[in-house]
Design a protein around this ligand. Structure first.
Ligand code: ADP
Length: 492
């Protein structure tokens, strides 16, 4: 039997998943690692701890399933995106903790560049915004702050990489410094039109280009590891949201996936032409295969499933996440309570880092059920914001198919609400592990044991299709309430 090992290096945990030759999952190992919050708005990970957790889960899953390295045809890596590591070329040691995508410490650096009028040019090349979310200003901060770092970088002693690059470097014991086009596209240093690092932006952000990894297709030869006792090639790499897009087989223009985990990330495949957003969405690379780039519009929402955790942990009105749907079912249909879950600011399309959450429309009868309903509805309203922005950029008359995944997509109530408020069908697949599957497919396809794009698309299977049940009038009235609530929250 032949297997593919997928490494899913996420924001809170590392997982290793073994898939067999039929793309069936046969084993999983998972470990959480420490989140460091040295200051308000700062989030760090220890790259050494991440590395240890990755080694551990790989060894555990191979042992649990009873698989030896010679049975593994390839490794696929998918990872938390944008998180930034700088390490020493000779010792392999990081010079500082990794700065995580959520970290806001470079807000001031971004504001300075914006004031200097640089944003339009940066957006034109990278498809991104001058926001602390992306890697570029995080690298600048590290080189400017860690004593001696800038001199060492200029002397060619330091390397930069997102988590995928760091893992490839460690797995290949320093033989390969590589990344894939989807991860490169999130650094703020990569020209997504030319498919190469931008000398101009590297110069603007003072990042020496000798630090940067080599950029590959998502399915490519990234190097070999011998750390598990035999030779295993690394054959697939994609950032987590792009891997989910691939895992959902959104290979045609007009296909969109929306992942409901802690936050919500929606990607719409726009084909081989990058679409510049007029509505504050990001333009990004969905995947690059055989040297050909496919682009996407992306909308990122910071709080989706996390609002359900807020019901559970902060308000304590539910004990488990699935109870949110049962409770919402019991809500009084005549009350219109609206929750704006801007707990950590608002992402796309508002990009208001300083906005905070709010609840509107409370009466004396508003209770647990109304809060649960408002929370699940906020997931749908936020998606509708993205949906509108995407239609504005992409053309409202084009058909869009929406495929959902992630923990909160398990809620039938939330997914029915999503369909109702979008006025569109929502498809939930049988296979929910789309991120790991996407990485595994890239590696397995490269290894020649998995089907091609067309064949893989045909394996996608529907669990349930949600169809809109609300009238257009009800839908628009509800969305109008949401828009007013967001304006009021921003005003506060
Ligand atoms: P992540 O990868 O970001 O940790 P997951 O995809 O594992 O997220 O999803 C976990 C999130 O989904 C949690 O925030 C949780 O509150 C939410 N969630 C899980 N099950 C349900 C459910 N049945 N109803 C509503 N929310 C849910």
């Amino acid at each position: 039997m032949t297997y593919i090992l997928a490494i899913d290096q996420g924001t809170t945990s590392s997982r290793a998943i073994l898939f067999d030759a039929n793309m069936q999952r046969v084993g999983t190992a998972q470990h959480e690692f420490t989140q460091h919050f040295p200051q308000e708005g700062w989030v760090e990970h220890d790259a050494e701890e991440i590395w240890d957790s990755v080694l551990r889960v790989c060894r555990e899953v191979m042992e649990a399933v009873g698989v030896t390295p010679d049975q593994i045809a390839g490794i696929g890596i998918t990872n938390q995106r944008e998180t930034t590591v700088v390490w020493d070329r000779n010792t392999g040691k990081p010079i500082h903790k990794a700065i995580v995508w959520q970290d806001r410490r470079t807000a001031e650096i971004c504001a300075r560049y914006k004031q200097a009028g640089c944003e339009d040019d940066v957006t034109a090349q990278t498809g991104l915004l001058l926001d602390p979310y992306f890697s570029g200003t995080k690298v600048k901060w590290l080189l400017d702050t860690v004593p001696g770092a800038r001199e060492r970088a200029e002397a060619g002693e330091l390397m930069f990489g997102t988590i995928d690059s760091f893992l490839i470097w460690r797995l290949t014991e320093g033989r390969s410094h590589a990344t894939d086009a989807t991860n490169a596209a999130r650094t703020l240093l990569f020209d997504i039109h030319k498919g190469e690092w931008s000398a101009e932006i590297c110069d603007l952000l003072d990042v020496p280009m000798n630090m940067l990894p080599e950029v590959h297709d998502c399915a490519s030869d990234f190097g070999e590891t011998t750390l598990f006792g035999g030779n295993i090639p690394i054959l697939g790499v994609a950032g987590d949201q792009q891997a989910a897009t691939i895992g959902q087989a959104c290979f045609q223009p007009g296909m969109m996936k929306s992942t409901y985990g802690t936050g919500c990330f929606a990607l719409l495949n726009t084909g081989d032409a990058p679409v510049a957003s007029k509505n504050r969405l990001l333009t990004t690379i969905a995947y690059q295969l055989d040297g050909k780039r496919t682009y996407a519009l992306e909308g990122s929402i910071f709080v989706a499933g996390a609002a359900v955790q807020w019901l559970r942990d902060a308000l304590q009105i539910i004990e488990t996440a699935p109870e949110s749907g049962e409770l919402a079912q019991q809500a009084d249909p005549n009350q219109h309570v609206v929750l704006v879950p801007a707990f950590t600011g608002l992402g796309a399309p508002y990009w208001k880092p300083d906005c905070r959450g709010a609840v509107f429309g409370l009466t004396r009868n508003s209770g647990r059920a109304e809060f649960a309903k408002a929370t699940l509805e906020s997931i749908a309203y936020q998606t509708r914001d993205l949906w509108h922005a995407m239609q504005g950029d992409w053309g409202a008359d084009t058909d869009v198919t929406l495929r959902v995944d992630g923990g909160a997509s398990a809620s039938d109530w939330a997914m029915q609400g999503l369909s109702d408020y979008l006025g569109a069908e929502v498809d939930r697949p049988v296979m929910q592990e789309t991120t790991a599957l996407g990485a595994a497919w890239l590696a397995g396809m490269r290894a020649g044991i998995y089907p091609d794009q067309q064949g893989f698309s045909e394996t996608w299977a529907l669990d349930r299709r949600f169809k809109p049940e609300l009238s257009a009038g009800e839908r628009d009235a509800a969305y109008d309430r949401w828009k007013r609530a967001v304006s009021a929250a921003m005003a506060f």
